[in-house]
Design a protein around this ligand. Sequence first.
Ligand code: COA
Length: 144
Amino acid sequence: MIRFIETEDLLHIRNEVLREGRLTPDECRFPTDKIDGAFHLGYFVEDELVCVTSLFPQGYGTFTGLGYQLRGMATLELHRGKGYGNKLVNFAVIYLRKLGANYVWCNARKKAAKFYHDCGFEIVSDEFEVTGIGPHYVMYLKIQ
Ligand SMILES: CC(C)(COP(=O)(O)OP(=O)(O)OC[C@H]1O[C@@H](n2cnc3c(N)ncnc32)[C@H](O)[C@@H]1OP(=O)(O)O)[C@@H](O)C(=O)NCCC(=O)NCCS
C-alpha cells in the first residue's frame, strides 16, 4: 500500500540504503524536504515502510514547464525486485499529472538507470560523477 509520509518517517531508510548507515537521520535531510509543494511517498508491506521517494517542485536546466525532481529513491534490500519501487514511481507520476506537472527528472545512479528506464525515464545528460557516490545521469520523464 502506498501512502504520503513525512520526512521524519523516511530518514532511516535514506541512511541505510543511500548512505550505507554512515550518517545520523538529521544528516539525511535534503534542503528541499520541507519546501512548498514537496511531498514524500512510502510503500508499506504489512505496516512496515520498505520503499520511499521524495518529490520537489524544481525544474531542470532550460527545460520549460512545471518540473519536479525525484530524489531519495530507496528500497530496503530485503524487499528489492518486487516491483515496489516501480509502483511508487508510477503513483508519483499519476499524482504529478493531477498537479499539472509537465515533467519529472532525477539524478540517477548509473546502477539504477535500468530501473528508471523501466519506469519510462530517458537519459538526458552525459555521465557525471557525484563525489563519494559514483557515476550518474540526469534522467527525465515527460508527463504532459
Ligand atoms: C533502485 C531501487 C530503488 C529499485 O527499487 P525496487 O523496489 O527494487 O524496484 P523494482 O522492484 O520496481 O524494480 C527493480 C527490478 O525488479 C524487477 N521487477 C519489477 N517488478 C517485479 C516483480 N513484481 N517481481 C520481481 N521483479 C520485479 C524490475 O524489472 C527490476 O529489474 P532489474 O533488477 O533487472 O532492474 C533499489 O534497487 C534500491 O534501493 N537500490 C539502492 C539505492 C539506489 O540505487 N537508489 C536509486 C538512487 S538514484
